[in-house]
Design a protein around this ligand. Structure first.
Ligand code: MLT
Ligand code: ZN
Length: 460
């Protein structure tokens, strides 16, 4: 170990797994953005809380920045280590610690994947309902760091709603037990909620107590083809009023083109500009209501076509049309926007933004999809082969500035569920006031006086 700081860490923690091979530095130093060149000092893979605390204390003594790391499926650069930081990967801390059938809580280490959390809940006859396509790779700690949302927010809300307690190593190495699983706790500031969505800047989440709930009743999945964005909003209002929705997701024909090219199966013939994948509780009354809503939508001209899954395999195939989009776009290194608005503000915003993006990106493929039922749109711009990375990002940044201004006027947010990280840092001021950002800086200073936890992320 040639670096004296690392030699000291290895001396203090002789059993700590520490990686310094170039391939490991590259693997652990980046996330799904692939925009920055990874350059961490080393990667530490602690196996227990005491090691995490010792690493943070060591980092304070040597002034080494620490990047907390989960599954690195993030899309905002929140887990990127490109400046000689120590990556602190929680991936070895991935066990279930406790299940309480009375409280209906599952306590887990933060390196568990979301999929493993789902399985652990299922084995106990319950569900952890937050869900999205990266479930197999993302970690519950990363979900907490970004207050992840996903495809069932319309029914269950974001990650925040399901966190009953957190164990956190603060910036000085101290261990904090936040909320301890209580349902009611009116005893001052709820630091648990401050941690959720803090993108690893206030502390390192090492354990989480998750609320579980009953499995939903059997459901049905439907794919709809629609003629316009206005029709999409009408159909959403119609379905939400009449059906117990679990999900209501949309994609455009451009998104469909990419996901079909990536191996998904076409389910509706013809060309339609918009599609919806929706899932709802399927008791007899809901099924009748679904058919009635569908017919009404057809009569109004809001729905052009539709299919309803007849089996679990068909339901999975319909979901693949929506869930496969991110993977199908990844080879194009998309520039990602993840915006949110109040649903009531969407129609006016969409009218304005469609013209703006049409003018701004006449030569780029622009792919729209997302959680329209939550007011959350993903607008992905694809880099043409003949445009350099630098030119492409510069053009996209210019448009993001206009997008951020438009969002600000409509009261929206520049990040709905991916986080601010490095990618959206320049636009934080369009979503948060100067006063709020000043307070956030103050909070960060209190939790991490030396500024060593995920520096540069969220804001400088
Ligand atoms: C999704 O909704 O599929 C995720 O947020 C990932 C993405 O935006 O690519
Ligand atoms: Zn999403």
């Amino acid at each position: 170990m040639t670096d004296a700081r690392l030699a000291d860490l290895a001396d203090r923690l002789p059993h700590l797994r520490l990686l310094t091979e170039p391939a490991d530095l590259e693997h652990y130093g980046r996330d799904w953005t692939r925009r920055w060149t990874p350059k961490p000092l080393a990667v530490a893979l602690p196996g227990e809380i005491a090691e995490v605390q010792a690493i943070v204390r060591w980092a304070n003594e040597h002034g080494v920045a620490v990047v907390p790391s989960g599954g690195r499926t993030g899309l905002s650069g929140g887990a990127v280590a490109a400046n000689g930081e120590l990556v602190l990967s929680l991936e070895r801390m991935n066990r279930v610690l406790d299940f309480d059938a009375v409280d209906r809580t599952l306590t887990v280490q933060s390196g568990m994947t979301l999929h493993a959390v789902h399985e652990a809940a299922k084995e106990r006859g319950l569900i952890y309902p937050v869900d999205f396509a990266a479930r197999g790779s993302c970690s519950i700690g990363g979900n907490i760091a970004t207050n992840a949302g996903g495809i069932r927010v319309i029914r269950y809300g974001n990650t925040r709603e399901w966190i009953a307690g957190l164990t956190v190593v603060a910036g000085n190495g101290e261990l904090l037990q936040l909320n301890r699983g209580l349902i009611k706790n009116s005893s001052g500031y709820d630091l648990r909620h401050l941690m959720i969505g803090s993108e690893g800047t206030l502390g390192i989440v090492v354990e989480a107590t998750l609320r579980l709930t009953d499995p939903p009743p059997p459901s049905q999945v439907m794919l709809l083809a629609l003629p316009s964005m206005d029709a999409l909003m009408e159909v959403f209002a119609l379905f939400r009023a009449r059906l117990p929705l679990q999900a209501f997701e949309f994609l455009t024909d451009v998104a469909l083109k990419h996901v079909l090219a990536h191996g998904a199966q076409r389910a509706i013939d013809g060309d339609h500009p918009y599609y919806v994948v929706t899932e709802f509780d399927a008791d007899e009354a809901a099924q009748d209501a679904a058919f009635a809503a569908f017919e009404h939508g057809m009569e109004q001209g809001w729905i052009s076509d539709g299919v309803i899954a007849q089996s679990e395999a068909q339901a999975a195939a319909l979901w693949r049309l929506r869930e496969g989009i991110t993977e199908s776009l990844a080879p194009h290194r998309p520039y990602k926007n993840d915006i949110s608005l109040r649903i009531s503000a969407l129609p006016a915003f969409l009218h304005e933004i469609q013209t703006l993006l049409g003018d701004a990106y006449p030569h780029f493929d622009v792919v729209w999809f997302g959680h329209i039922g939550d007011g959350n749109l993903h607008i992905n711009v694809l880099r043409p082969a003949d445009v350099s990375d630098a030119d492409f990002i510069a053009q996209c940044e210019h448009v993001t500035k206009l997008l951020a201004e438009t969002l600000q006027r409509h009261g929206g947010s520049i990040s709905a569920e991916h986080g601010i990280g490095l990618v959206k840092r320049a636009y934080l001021g369009s979503t948060r006031s100067a006063g709020e950002i000043a307070l956030m800086r103050g909070v960060r200073q209190v939790f991490d006086p030396k500024g060593l936890l995920n520096p540069g992320k969220l804001f400088d």
